[in-house]
Design a binder for this molecule. Structure first.
Ligand code: ZN
Length: 234
């Protein structure tokens, strides 16, 4: 199964929060996109694993994503160790992506920072033929990184205009009824489920949009410089 883009999140709503607008845009352009959640989010203060799985599938459908899988790594204990690299490597080989989008570091959640190094290294190793799995060796050409919500550290490499897909992103995020702000859900209030967090989603999108002269934007980071062809991008 060959995908144009494989997007990793440490938890079932990370990819949607960080790059939901970009994924909706890629889906609309007929890119085949797969979201791979590293963990099922079993350490969350709200929502069961089953609830979260259903919510994540619904969000993926609303974004126009081809498929969504979960690697079942331990929530709260994502680490760049051999056993977890093997699982991520096998996932990369299964989906054969041209591009990978993964969490950026540093980040206040240890799983996000660990996922960054884990996926970067697994992608390199996935190209080594002497490591045998059930699928042929494959290494994505390029990795892009995102922060699920806190943009800390260096400035992003570039910002994508998501003005056209911002409402689709918000609609997808509403599928996470147990996680994000939802007065109808009875559960312990957390930072992520607070009204302030929900409002900050729009504030961030508007901030990054303003930085590139559009309404809504999502920032991405790269390890390597980005080549640009003339005429210049707008
Ligand atoms: Zn997360």
């Amino acid at each position: 199964m060959s995908m144009n883009v494989l997007v990793f999140g440490a938890h079932p709503d990370d990819a949607d929060l960080g790059v939901g607008g970009i994924l909706a845009k890629l889906g609309a352009a007929d890119y085949k996109v797969c979201i791979a959640d590293l963990t099922a989010g079993e350490m969350a203060s709200r929502g069961t694993v089953e609830e979260r799985r259903k919510e994540a599938q619904e969000a993926a459908e609303r974004l126009g994503v081809e498929t969504r899988v979960c690697l079942e790594l331990p929530d709260g204990n994502v680490a760049n160790v051999e056993s977890q690299r093997q699982q991520v490597l096998a996932c990369i080989r299964q989906f054969q992506p041209t591009y990978i989008i993964a969490p950026m570091t540093p980040d206040r959640h240890p799983d996000h920072g660990a996922a960054h190094a884990l996926i970067r290294d697994a992608n390199f190793l996935a190209g080594l033929p002497k490591i045998e799995t059930g699928h042929p060796p494959h290494r994505a050409n390029r990795l892009f990184y995102y922060h699920p919500y806190h943009s800390i550290g260096e400035a992003p490499t570039f910002v994508v205009d998501i003005s056209e897909t911002y409402t689709q992103k918000v609609d997808a995020l509403k599928a996470f009824a147990s996680q994000l702000h939802n007065p109808n859900y009875a559960g312990a209030e957390t930072y992520v489920s607070s009204k302030a967090f929900w409002e900050a989603i729009e504030i961030r999108a508007r901030y990054w949009g303003q930085r590139i002269g559009v309404v809504y934007g999502e920032p991405l980071y790269t390890d390597l410089p980005l080549g640009v062809n003339l005429p210049w991008l707008t």
